[in-house]
Write a protein that binds this ligand. Structure first.
Ligand code: GAR
Length: 196
């Protein structure tokens, strides 16, 4: 089996990226993490990726005049690395429709809510404010509709009395780290099948 060459895009801490890198150490994991790209030079996750022998790349969005120009630069980098699958892991930018079309069926994202509930930002604050009893996370295919693509996997956690956005986020994050590797494995296996 030739593993699916996978890029991970981050903007910050990178804990989901780390979970994917750890999972990909297994000999039978179908994805190989070939690069980690960040739009921010100070993204904490970059050091972990580099220390694990993974190519890292910063493409600073503030250096590009338009979203389309920025996304074209990312696209060119991913193509230069022969990437087959893209995993967004706390990559806090909206991607243009053209970029997404170029990766149709090959790009996934993790989002800290049970989609379709709480698309967008500040998911945990909103869930607590509305008195939600259940929260969680979703991995979905990326389509031009923000947080709107087909859901691949979800996990739920309870919202507990006294939860703050931070305590709830921490409970959800543990589940993110479990489901994201499973969802990436599913995508990678599909890509490997399509190749053959
Ligand atoms: C994660 O909770 C992820 O689900 C969320 O950002 C965090 C990144 O943490 N993503 C979004 O909100 C996307 N809209 P990480 O950098 O430690 O993986």
């Amino acid at each position: 089996m030739t593993k699916a060459r996978t890029a991970i895009l981050i903007s910050g801490r990178g804990s989901n990226m780390m979970a994917l890198v750890e999972a990909a150490r297994a000999a039978d994991f179908p994805a190989n993490i070939v690069c980690v790209l960040s739009n921010k030079a100070d993204a904490k996750g970059l050091a972990f990726a580099a220390a694990n022998g993974i190519a890292t790349k910063v493409i600073d969005n503030t250096a590009y005049p338009t979203r389309e120009a920025y996304d074209a630069a990312i696209d060119a980098y991913l193509r230069s690395k022969d990437v087959e699958a893209v995993a967004l892991a706390g990559f806090m930018r909206v991607l243009s429709a053209d970029f997404i079309a170029g990766w149709d069926g090959r790009i996934i994202n993790i989002h800290p809510s049970i989609l379709p509930a709480y698309k967008g930002l500040h998911t945990h604050e909103r869930a607590i404010a509305e008195g939600a009893k259940v929260a969680g996370c979703s991995v979905h295919m990326v389509t031009p509709e923000l947080d709107g693509g087909p859901v691949l996997m979800q996990a739920e956690v309870p919202v507990l009395p006294g939860d703050t956005p931070d305590t709830l986020a921490a409970r959800v994050l543990k589940e993110e780290h479990k489901i994201y590797p499973q969802a990436l494995a599913w995508l990678a296996n599909r890509i490997i099948e399509e190749r053959e």
